[in-house]
Design a protein around this ligand. Structure first.
Ligand SMILES: Cc1ncc(COP(=O)(O)O)c(C=O)c1O
Length: 433
């Protein structure tokens, strides 16, 4: 009935998440409110870990892309479930380490890591630094030499795959700010140089072709290209790369008509391609890492809002305004992301009207959905936006000086606040005058 299995309807006809009544949650914790079903997140983690172990014979790892949802509770959960973690900034690194996440299970990504970030990564013993470009490689080598250490690195490669997704979340083609190009010889030249550097230990290569991808083929193609390049590196330099990180990007169900590939099927098909290609090329099967973000947390989360004004413009449209918007969910204004909406008190009733859900920020584009189907709603009602567990809290801002909402985890009928609501004083904490 809903886009996520953790959602349901109780006897009162109210929307539930993880067995909890969303109206009660909104009443207890206020709105806007992010709610995540912890069991759903753990289920996704276990399913990924189980299938990577199965299809790569225990020679694989799952790194949660923390950019999708980064807070200490999530880092702790990922550690407990045996995942690695992808971080892209000193802030994500700090969050992970402060939650006790083991540094050796961290992958440090990013296309423009600062000296401060690279230094912290070396000092903290981050497992892999994923080098993006020759400038960074040079800098990292110098920093490692100065510290008398060796940085274990992987290289971000652009495999040149078009993953049929929104231009802003497509990253594997040559015109991308991320990574090293194969076509121009940049990738080969950079790795060849790295192999001679005293401060660098070359471990593998990495790619990430985009996000919210519904086909297996682009992942298979990327694997073939990456393995082909590994074979070329071996032939040209004698260097045998041991690790292949195939990134994340697996799509989730935002709308009822979305039909994501089952992660088990993805793993089975891509691992077959990996093994067959390695055999054909005469290289050893590498240790394979994947980096799902959205598909671990996206479906586990919803956002609850309180409806304010309902503005009917005859012959034009009906605006339903809510007490949040682009500050807590900038994905609509960024890339017109689509969501499923539910009037929490009438969750089982048919969606018999078409409305535009507007945020409260001072931007005309601050919408959460345009011309979406919804049940009857009135001022004061609770409105749920579904599948908001990824890239919502983590992308939230204080635009218009709106305090960020709290994050509540529900598990087996119990709810706990894992990130508290920002206060008005939080907003002025760093103002000096
Ligand atoms: C390097 C890298 N890995 C993994 C991910 C996670 O992608 P997704 O959330 O689509 O699985 C991203 C997303 O931008 C990324 O840049």
């Amino acid at each position: 009935m809903f886009v996520s299995d953790c959602l349901g309807v109780n006897q009162q006809g109210h929307l539930t998440i993880g067995g909890r009544d969303t109206l009660e949650l909104a009443e207890t914790y206020g709105t806007p409110l992010y709610v995540m079903d912890e069991n759903e997140i753990r289920r996704a983690c276990r399913s990924y870990i189980g299938s990577i172990n199965k299809y790569y014979d225990g020679k694989g790892a799952v790194a949660f892309a923390s950019k999708a949802f980064c807070c200490r509770a999530m880092c702790r959960l990922a550690a407990e479930e045996g995942l690695c973690l992808d971080v892209v900034s000193i802030g994500e690194l700090h969050t992970a380490l402060s939650a006790g996440f083991p540094a050796e299970r961290l992958y440090f990504h990013g296309n423009n890591k600062t000296v401060e970030e690279l230094t912290a990564a070396l000092e903290q013993g981050v497992g892999r630094i994923v080098v993006d470009n020759p400038t960074e490689l040079e800098l990292l080598n110098q920093l490692a030499l100065a510290k008398g250490t060796k940085a274990a690195v992987s290289f971000r490669i652009k495999p040149g795959i078009d993953a049929h997704t929104h231009a802003y979340i497509r990253t594997g083609q040559i015109d991308s700010k991320f990574g090293l190009a194969l076509e121009t010889g940049e990738a080969m030249a950079t790795i060849t140089a790295a192999a001679k550097m005293e401060g660098i230990a070359v471990k593998g290569i990495h790619c990430h072709i985009g996000s919210q991808i519904f086909d297996v083929e682009p992942f298979e193609d990327a694997a073939r290209v990456m393995l082909g390049f590994m074979a070329q590196v071996k032939q040209a330099t004698g260097l045998e790369l041991e690790e292949l990180d195939l990134g994340g990007g697996f799509g989730i169900k935002y709308l009822p008509e979305h039909d994501p590939v089952e992660y088990e099927r993805y793993m089975q098909q891509v691992s077959t391609v990996v093994k067959e290609t390695c055999a054909k090329l005469g290289i050893a099967t590498p240790f394979v890492t994947i980096e799902p973000g959205r598909s671990i947390v996206g479906s586990a989360g919803i956002t609850l809002y309180k409806v304010g004004a309902v503005k009917e413009i005859p012959g034009v449209r009906t605006y339903v305004s809510v007490d949040g918007g682009m500050a807590d969910n900038p994905r609509y204004i960024l890339y017109q992301s689509e969501y499923d909406f539910v009037a929490a008190a009438r969750a089982a009733q048919p969606k018999d009207r078409t409305v535009t859900v507007a945020g409260k920020c001072c931007e005309s584009g601050d919408l959460l959905g345009e011309n979406v189907a919804l049940q009857e709603v009135h001022p004061g009602d609770v409105l749920a936006v579904l599948a908001t567990g990824a890239y919502n809290y983590s992308m939230s801002s204080n635009y218009n000086r709106i305090p960020k909402p709290p994050v509540v985890f529900v598990k087996d009928g119990e709810a706990r606040v894992v990130v508290k609501r920002e206060t008005l004083d939080d907003l002025i904490r760093n103002d000096l005058l």
